[in-house]
Design a protein. Structure first.
Length: 245
């Protein structure tokens, strides 16, 4: 569903704070509602810069956002300008501090992931695609009040070894190397939550074992990548056909 975001605004070299990057954050935030991942002003989007990160502001409808309203923050928790950042700025700050590979973050109250989070349930290895988040399961962080340091701490614990988690009685958060990948992961988490809840409506699904998920995680290192993008140490993601031309 990321075709909503023109490729030209998804890649900004060296994390420069530019109008293009600010526009990409706005388009990603608007895509949350367009793709059914959130309603109203809930949720937030950010992207890393050389000096910190840019984040959506607090309480301003996505349709009303302009490049000037996107808030610049540093990695000490300071912000610049007259507009307050999202109330969940600390979660974004702490991911950027603890995860050097994080280039962008999407937090949303997507319906199915939020429903699971209200049950205080994560997403176990019921389907091999759980590996998209980088681990054998997608955990649900312990509950903490929104907009607090405590919530950020529980989130970091649930993110250990993976790129997405659920937040108890709240929603989900996902990060990636860029805005397109972070949004795609949030969409994937929501789809998995939908499938898992559907399976639970009939019974407890059969879970994949540790060995199988370890193999899936290996394969995912090259999953969806063309030959020039692949990690040569990870092996093929699937049985390759014979190249004849």
């Amino acid at each position: 569903m990321n075709q909503l975001l023109p490729e030209a605004i998804l890649v900004t070299a060296l994390h420069q704070d530019t109008p293009d990057l600010r526009r990409a954050i706005i388009e990603t935030a608007r895509a949350l509602a367009l793709n059914g991942l959130t309603k109203g002003t809930s949720g937030n989007v950010s992207a890393r810069t050389q000096t910190g990160f840019l984040i959506t502001p607090s309480g301003i409808p996505y349709e009303a956002l302009t490049e000037e309203l996107i808030v610049a923050m540093d990695l000490d928790g300071g912000y610049f300008g007259e507009t307050l950042p999202s109330s969940e700025w600390r979660m974004h700050l702490d991911i950027y501090r603890h995860q050097p590979e994080a280039g962008a973050i999407v937090h949303c109250h997507s319906p199915r992931a939020t429903a699971l989070s209200c049950l205080r349930r994560g997403i176990p290895a019921f389907h091999y695609m759980v590996a998209i988040a980088g681990g054998e399961r997608i955990d649900c962080a312990a509950y903490a009040t929104f907009g607090t340091r405590a919530l950020s701490q529980t989130m970091l614990e649930a993110l250990e070894g993976r790129r997405a988690c659920l937040l108890a009685n709240h929603g989900q958060i996902a990060y990636g190397p860029n805005l397109a990948r972070a949004l795609s992961l949030a969409e994937g988490v929501e789809e998995l939550a939908d499938q898992y809840l559907s399976a639970l409506s009939v019974g407890e699904p059969t879970l994949l074992g540790h060995d199988e998920m370890t193999e899936n995680l290996r394969k995912f290192r090259n999953y969806g990548k063309q030959p020039d993008e692949q990690d040569p140490d990870a092996g093929a993601a699937f049985e390759l056909p014979v190249k004849k031309g």
